[in-house]
Write a protein of this length. Sequence first.
Length: 307
Amino acid sequence: MPAGRPSEPARRGLGPSNPWAGVATRRPRSTHDEGGPTPERSDADQRAGHHTEVNGADLRRRIHAGEVLFGAWAGLGSPAAAELLGRSGLGWVVVDLEHGAGTEAELVAQLTAIEVTGTAALVRPQSGERLRIGRALDLGAAGVVVPRLDTVEQVRETVTFLRYPPVGIRGVALLTRGGRLGSVKHAGVAALNDDIVGIVQIESPSALEAADEIAAVDGVDVLFVGPADLSHSLGVPGQFDSSSYQDALGKVVAACRAHGKAAGILLYDPASFAPHLDLGYTFVGLGADNSFVLDGARAALAAARGK
């Protein structure tokens, strides 16, 4: 789980033990590189105050086109904070139900707050159980970030929870937000299946070992590294400059490139963004609502004290 804050060495970048140090790599161009309004909305929409709902199909298209997509975690359980993240210009926001303060009962409010900004709203459920994933999707998530999957067999089963029959075993309930509140008829279920974004976290040595097989699974769009859990499980807790952790980063990218998937990770310090982009990470979390509040408050206090 990528909830922990990086250690000081990691906050300075990948460090000298990076096996790719000095190797020229081409960073994929981000649609966000030049700044501007929320990327899912045109300038005309911005001026008119309109928004365009971003469904999973659009996000999946951009993922598989190789775009660099920046996002953030929403862990405060606050619709207001979630909306602020959406209005910042990010391409996606993950509502965290595994470690965040919010609950399923409050999820619709957070998803709606993100959606009205034109930003893709994803959910990390409490677990990879069928019920938890189904609830997140029925409540309107464009996709899910599934934690604690360690084997390709678990991933193959979990992918079936994301989609309606006959390709999956998700319960068909088209009057839900995920079913477009009845506006999609049974004949349109296949299109709904195509919209769902599937993201699998890589948090353990066993998941890392199976990364190539996991990336090959249809329905998996992103392999998302959980830095805290992965570093702890590798025996190098918080040592993000260690060779074993950096080797793991490279293995995930290689698996994704081999199968046309995106490599994702959650980072917290701007100094670490460029090195990970250069490694090939294209689905990058830049922090979380709680970290942005804490860092902003600390920066303001330091400035006020003249530090």
